[in-house]
Design a protein around this ligand. Sequence first.
Ligand SMILES: Nc1nc2c(ncn2[C@@H]2O[C@H](COP(=O)(O)OP(=O)(O)OP(=O)(O)O)[C@@H](O)[C@H]2O)c(=O)[nH]1
Ligand SMILES: [Zn+2]
Length: 194
Amino acid sequence: MIDMKSHNVDLDKIEQAVGMILEAVGEDVGREGLQDTPKRVAKMYAEVFAGLKEDPKEYFRTVFHENHEELVLVKDIPFYSMCEHHLVPFFGKAHIAYIPRDGVVTGLSKLARAVETVAKRPQLQERITSTIADSMMETLNPHGVYVMVEAEHMCMTMRGIKKPGSKTVTAVSRGILETDDIKRSEVITYINMD
Ligand SMILES: Nc1nc2c(ncn2[C@@H]2O[C@H](COP(=O)(O)OP(=O)(O)OP(=O)(O)O)[C@@H](O)[C@H]2O)c(=O)[nH]1
Ligand SMILES: [Zn+2]
């Protein structure tokens, strides 16, 4: 359940705007099926953009101390986002790996929560990838981070160039996972394993 007030979304303004778009495309905004559409779309935007006022770094304040300075990988984290150029969805999976330092590990679910927060904004896939990696580097101070995101962009499938099935992969490495090729390939091997 989302608290619409907490992130200051102006539902009335979205509602008006959606009514205007429907009018502009030649729809009869008074017809039965469309009567509540502007209101519904406003609620939907509040939900899909709920991450705008959240800071993914907050999640990484939950830490535990465990003597593990080896790889941690959470893979196949599903996400849905909205492309900032066309405001249509792009969606796929994120894979997040890090190597803790000084025994500082975060809760596994926090990695998935960070993906949610960052995805629920008008976005670029590249920015989702780097924001997650940089938030982890800043808060957990790990030896290294590797984030890979794979997604299908509706703006490339249902419109424009129309290439359904095409996938975009973005990857960001930081720290030792940027400098140590062997460790980074190990992570990529685990990501590619079923
Ligand atoms: N780098 C990047 N580009 C994206 C992303 N999502 C959508 N795009 C691209 O943003 C670009 C916008 O290009 P424009 O030429 O300004 O817009 P357009 O005329 O609608 O472009 P077409 O999609 O080619 O029809 C397109 O090439 C999209 O494929 C993303 O996450 N990252
Ligand atoms: Zn787009």
